[in-house]
Design a protein around this ligand. Structure first.
Ligand code: NAD
Ligand code: UGA
Length: 461
């Protein structure tokens, strides 16, 4: 056997928002391991090898550059790399199914299953397979059945290690996670495999933050964590509607309740609605799983978290229409931000998509500005490109508009010269702050009619 230069060979299948940053951080923290990331998308692999990464994530390029070519490699040669790996993380997409049984709710596991079959075909020695993607509880049992189906003497141990990073803070979340969760079968080989994954993270994560559990608890905890986070947003958003009727201020309510240490202050920021690739899909998946076990009341409970989110997006547009004299046909409206949150170019399930489509249905002309998300916004709106405009400069975007609607909490929108913006707008000029980030009193003094979320509006009309 030739001497191995690296103590472990780690492979990740899927070079997306999770696979890329997670493996880059493992490689940067553990120069003793060889970390390779493969993907079927050759363009994406090319971008990971370049100066312009396929995703925007603060601090990520520096981390990638620290390890790239040293112990971090990107490749499209999936089978060859499977053969060489000791540990295979699988981080492919698991979107909501759009067809057949469970359409609109259950997870589409076709990419997942293809990966399992590729591993089975290419592997020539024992491997640990790590579920990094978010999966329905009990997926590991299907994975085990597929990969251990050949009687070739090769043993695959399946371990669950869900990822809890949030986009926009991915590097910081990976470097200092609240916890790392690793679940396995409670067998001897299961516990041994689990320990191998613990050892990887123990290179930089304090041991008490690395928690282990049985494999089903681990799979389910990921879905439940997202459901609880989204539930907090829907809870505060539901209260924002009540605040608008009663002159209570949702930020003051959130502050007051968040001071109770049992409630806590995080994730109580009322907004136009939550977006992102996972909250909705993971809750729908939870709903589907509960229904499939005959737990209709449980399913209904979680379904309502999504219902409130849809309500919040719709309510935002209805408010725009009603205060702009019940017609926005022919009016120009600038959307400040299109990404589903700040510090990312990702627009998956962004509230801005729904808002844009509804405004266009009302025959408004929508001008979209965003520092990172315009390329993705163009893809999301490709069927209505003739009815929207894209303008990277927010001052230009607001020029000649009747209203500005803040969709994403980008810091730069807080400090623009709103006197200058006001001067270039049609009058009366409106601001709808879907993120409650602008200086509302100041905008009102300038002359704007200001409509925040869950706070009293300030109108000159
Ligand atoms: P993504 O779409 O950005 O990346 C998935 C990648 O997998 C794509 O590049 C795709 O080309 C590749 N892929 C698909 N099938 C493949 C195959 N057979 N072989 C090789 N590559 C293949 O998705 P993502 O946002 O990184 O999410 C991945 C998983 O992680 C999902 O299950 C998601 O729920 C979960 N997750 C995402 C986040 C997040 O913030 N985005 C956070 C935690 C967990
Ligand atoms: C979320 C979770 O926070 C991660 O832990 C998880 O790993 C990830 O989903 C996943 O599984 O994909 P992410 O969607 O990237 O991360 O971003 P969040 O910060 O959770 O924001 C989600 C949405 O909620 C955004 O649209 C954000 O603007 C909105 N939000 C968040 C609010 O409206 N109010 C808040 O108080 C917090």
């Amino acid at each position: 056997m030739p001497e191995r230069k690296f103590s472990k060979q780690i492979l990740c299948i899927g070079a997306g928002y999770v696979g890329g940053p997670t493996m880059a951080v493992i490689a940067a923290k553990c120069p003793q391991y060889k970390v390779t990331i493969v993907d079927i998308n050759a363009d994406k692999i090319g971008q990971w090898q370049s100066e312009k990464l396929p995703i925007y994530e603060p601090g990520l390029l520096e981390v990638v550059k620290q390890a790239r070519g040293r112990n971090l490699f990107f490749s499209t040669e999936i089978e060859k790399n499977i053969e060489e790996a000791d540990i295979i993380f699988v981080s492919v997409n698991t979107p909501t199914k759009t067809f057949g049984e469970g359409a609109g709710k259950s997870a589409d596991l076709q990419y997942w299953e293809k990966t399992a079959r590729t591993i089975l075909r290419a592997a020539k020695s024992d491997k640990i397979i790590v579920e990094k993607s978010t999966l329905p509880v009990r997926t590991a049992s299907a994975m085990e059945r597929i990969v251990n189906s050949k009687e070739n003497g090769i043993h695959f141990e399946v371990v669950s290690n869900p990822e809890f990073l949030a986009e926009g803070t991915a590097v910081a979340d990976l470097e200092k996670p609240d916890r790392v969760l690793i679940g396995s079968r409670e067998t001897e080989s299961g516990r041994r495999a689990r320990q191998e994954i613990v050892d990887i993270y123990a290179n930089w994560v304090p041991r008490e933050r690395i928690i282990t559990s049985n494999i089903w608890s681990s799979e389910l905890s990921k879905l439940v964590a997202n459901a609880f986070l989204a539930q907090r947003i829907s809870s505060i958003n539901s209260i924002s509607a009540l605040c608008e009727k009663t002159e209570a201020d949702v930020s003051e309510v959130a502050y007051a309740i968040g001071m109770d240490s049992r409630i806590g202050s995080k994730f109580l920021q009322a907004s136009v609605g939550f977006g992102g690739s996972c909250f909705k899909k993971d809750i729908l998946n939870l709903v589907y799983i509960a229904e499939s076990y005959g737990l209709q009341e449980v399913a209904d409970y979680w379904q309502n978290v999504i219902k409130i989110n849809d309500y919040q997006e719709n309510r935002f547009v209805r408010k725009m229409i009603s205060v702009m004299f019940n017609t926005i046909a022919g009016k120009r409206i600038a959307l400040f931000g299109f990404a589903f949150k700040a510090d990312t170019g990702d627009t998956r399930e962004a509230p801005a998509i729904t808002v844009t489509r509804k405004l266009v249905d009302e025959r408004a002309r929508v001008i979209i500005t965003d520092p990172q998300a315009i390329p993705n916004a163009k893809k999301d709106l490709q069927d209505i490109l003739d009815q929207v405009e894209f303008e990277p400069d927010p001052y230009q975007a607001a020029q000649g508009t009747h209203a500005i609607a803040v969709m994403t909490e980008w810091k730069l929108y807080k400090t623009l010269d709103y006197r200058k913006i006001y001067a270039g707008m049609e009058k009366p000029a409106f601001v709808f702050d879907g993120r409650n980030i602008l200086p509302h009193d100041e905008l009102y003094q300038i002359g704007f009619n200001v409509y925040p979320i869950g706070k009293p509006s300030q109108s000159h009309i």
